[in-house]
Design a protein around this ligand. Structure first.
Ligand SMILES: *[C@@H]1O[C@H](CO)[C@@H](O)[C@H](O)[C@H]1NC(C)=O
Ligand SMILES: *[C@@H]1O[C@H](CO)[C@@H](O)[C@H](O)[C@H]1NC(C)=O
Ligand SMILES: *[C@@H]1O[C@H](CO)[C@@H](O)[C@H](O)[C@H]1NC(C)=O
Ligand SMILES: *[C@@H]1O[C@H](CO)[C@@H](O)[C@H](O)[C@H]1NC(C)=O
Ligand SMILES: *[C@@H]1O[C@H](CO)[C@@H](O)[C@H](O)[C@H]1NC(C)=O
Ligand SMILES: *[C@@H]1O[C@H](CO)[C@@H](O)[C@H](O)[C@H]1NC(C)=O
Ligand SMILES: *[C@@H]1O[C@H](CO)[C@@H](O)[C@H](O)[C@H]1NC(C)=O
Ligand SMILES: *[C@@H]1O[C@H](CO)[C@@H](O)[C@H](O)[C@H]1NC(C)=O
Length: 490
């Protein structure tokens, strides 16, 4: 509990990864670190940022338990070590599904299984059984009646596309022709999606100066340096877009369409060895924050503008036990003590409009009544939420329950304070939702039906346009919140 408070405090200063209409940014959780926080602490970190989607590199049962009842969508993984056995044995697949999926759904919202990691490019000898592993897992899901909610796919590295630019002529390395073809047929028949691991960091470093770094970091390019595909005349604003289009084009060579791509890994290291000079805090901060903006804008790459580029950032923590170059241990956005490596999240993006397009904040179903009352008191008191409409006789008074009143107050606070670092947590009693909780004449703040929707002025915080809060101002708010959270818990 104490540590959660500390995390809450540290994280309040930074924004959140929330959902824009249709598109999401999730995060990978690697666990190869010395001081790995407990599963409960990990979940506290995720919740304090309203992280909505996570991917695990295994199916750690403790973490899956901790993720129950959180509304966080979870992708779990079959490790490369497990692929061979599951590919050769339907019984092993069934055991795996029972132990790691059936035992946890629906309270833990497992929605996908990534089978192996870059199997084709890292353990090619396992390629012949990869698709049978996927099929065996899928069959087990069918027998458990879980196949419509849990999708099976396998992450493919950009390394399988030897010449990704221009995207219009990109193709998979023909050595993998038959495996790729089987994967795509499987994804199409099971209504699943293609998992792509795409790192502009490596694309940039390996291009030895052909592309400007601005292109890799989603920064604007001068008119004379526009990156254009000569065949389609599509302008590529970022290497990330171009990589996703390269994969769409590689898929289209198989005359298969309609399979969306989800980027299961991307990221940028913030530290590196002597020969990794682009691995800097500044570049990592720029890449990840611009990535969030790009993905949450909801449009797809130039060839598939209607398909959002849903993405999982690599990764939550620095995995300091990983071997290899320093950069491999430096992808995390948080240290294991929960403090952020750099400013990360929506507070630096353009997504700071005081508007519920980032969701509403409501009381969690089944939250403890005493904690809800504490949260309600805080929101209407120090939190400066406008609680007049939940007073007796006012539109949101009925139903006269603590849960209903807390929802109104939490949301009013959240809509006003989100842009300056306010979070939807309230000691774990609050949760965000995209569903407008308004009913009858009770209109929640930020609702499009609200006369003040989108026009709310922060009760306190920075002068001038929202989103320009200096770290100092955010810190003041955090300290105030910290003091209150501590008093709530004591
Ligand atoms: C799990 O996530 C899916 C996809 O967002 C959603 O439709 C479903 O309602 C969620 N299930 C639960 C139990 O929260
Ligand atoms: C394609 O893959 C094979 C097998 O891994 C490899 O030997 C070959 O160099 C690759 N081709 C290209 C163009 O990368
Ligand atoms: C895959 O290989 C087959 C047979 O060699 C060939 O006919 C087909 O064109 C190839 N497909 C792709 C997309 O490379
Ligand atoms: C989203 O980003 C892309 C790429 O930068 C851009 O072309 C597009 O206009 C943006 N869409 C919106 C709605 O801002
Ligand atoms: C968290 O860990 C990092 C890296 O070890 C360190 O720089 C930072 O000061 C720590 N923060 C706190 C609050 O202990
Ligand atoms: C609080 O909300 C009520 C009802 O929407 C409104 O009339 C009142 O002006 C608000 N008070 C403040 C201080 O914003
Ligand atoms: C908002 O207004 C629209 C149009 O008047 C109506 O259809 C919708 O039900 C309202 N939503 C709520 C939550 O009141
Ligand atoms: C609120 O969000 C909608 C999209 O949901 C957007 O069109 C509108 O401009 C936003 N309002 C403000 C004040 O930013």
């Amino acid at each position: 509990m104490r540590l959660e408070i500390l995390f809450g405090y540290l994280l309040l200063m930074f924004g959140s990864l929330s959902i824009a209409l249709g598109a999401f940014v999730g995060i990978n959780i690697g666990t190869d670190l010395v001081n790995l926080p407990s599963p409960e602490q990990v979940v506290a970190i995720l919740r304090s940022h309203q992280i909505s989607h996570v991917r695990l590199f295994d199916a750690d049962n403790h973490l899956l338990s901790a993720l129950s009842d959180t509304e966080i969508e979870v992708m779990i993984s079959v490790t490369n070590e497990e692929v061979l056995r599951i590919g050769q044995s339907p019984a092993a697949a069934a055991t795996w599904i029972n132990k790691n999926v059936a035992a946890f759904v629906p309270s833990t919202n497992i929605t996908a299984i990534s089978v192996g990691s870059e199997v084709l490019s890292t353990i090619p000898h396992a390629a012949p059984v990869l698709v049978s592993a996927m099929k065996n897992l899928h069959k087990s899901l069918v027998s458990s009646n879980l196949n419509s909610q849990v999708k099976v796919s396998t992450p493919v590295s950009m390394d399988t596309i030897p010449i990704p630019f221009p995207p219009s002529t990109a193709t998979f390395n023909s050595s993998w022709n038959s495996t790729i073809s089987d994967i795509l047929k499987f994804l199409q028949t099971t209504n699943s999606f293609f998992m792509l691991n795409a790192y502009p960091y490596y694309g940039y470093v390996q291009s030895s100066g052909i592309f400007p770094i601005e292109y890799a970091l989603f920064q604007s390019l001068p008119p004379v340096k526009q990156i254009v595909d000569p065949n389609t005349l599509f302008h590529y604003d970022s290497m990330f877009d171009a990589m996703v289009d390269a994969a769409y084009n590689s898929i289209s060579a198989y005359s298969i369409s309609g399979i969306p791509i989800v980027v299961t890994e991307t990221g940028w290291p913030w530290a590196g060895g002597a020969n990794e000079r682009d691995a800097t805090v500044e570049n990592a901060e720029t890449f990840n924050n611009n990535l969030i903006k790009r993905v949450l804008n909801g449009s797809g790459p130039p060839s598939q503008p209607a398909i959002p580029m849903n993405t999982y950032i690599y990764e939550l923590f620095n995995e300091d036990k990983k071997p290899g170059p320093l950069s491999e241990r430096s992808y995390g956005v948080y240290f294991s003590n929960g403090s952020s490596v750099y400013t990360f999240g929506l507070d630096t993006s353009s997504q700071t409009a005081l508007n519920a397009s980032g969701g509403f904040c409501v009381a969690r179903k089944g939250a403890d009544t005493t904690s809800l009352q504490d949260g309600l008191n805080w929101a209407c008191g120090p939190g400066q939420a406008n609680c007049s409409t939940i007073q007796s006789g006012q539109p949101c008074y009925m139903p006269d329950t603590i849960e209903n009143h807390a929802s109104y107050a939490y949301n009013d606070y959240y809509q006003k304070m989100r842009s300056v670092g306010g979070t939807c947590d309230f000691g774990g009693t609050a949760i965000t939702t995209m569903v407008d909780p308004s009913y009858g004449s009770c209109i929640f703040t930020g609702s499009t039906n609200s006369s003040i929707g989108g026009m709310v002025t922060p009760a306190f915080g920075p002068e001038g346009p929202p989103g320009n809060g200096s770290p100092g101002q955010l810190l003041d708010i955090s300290v105030l919140l910290l003091a209150t959270v501590v008093s709530l818990v004591v």
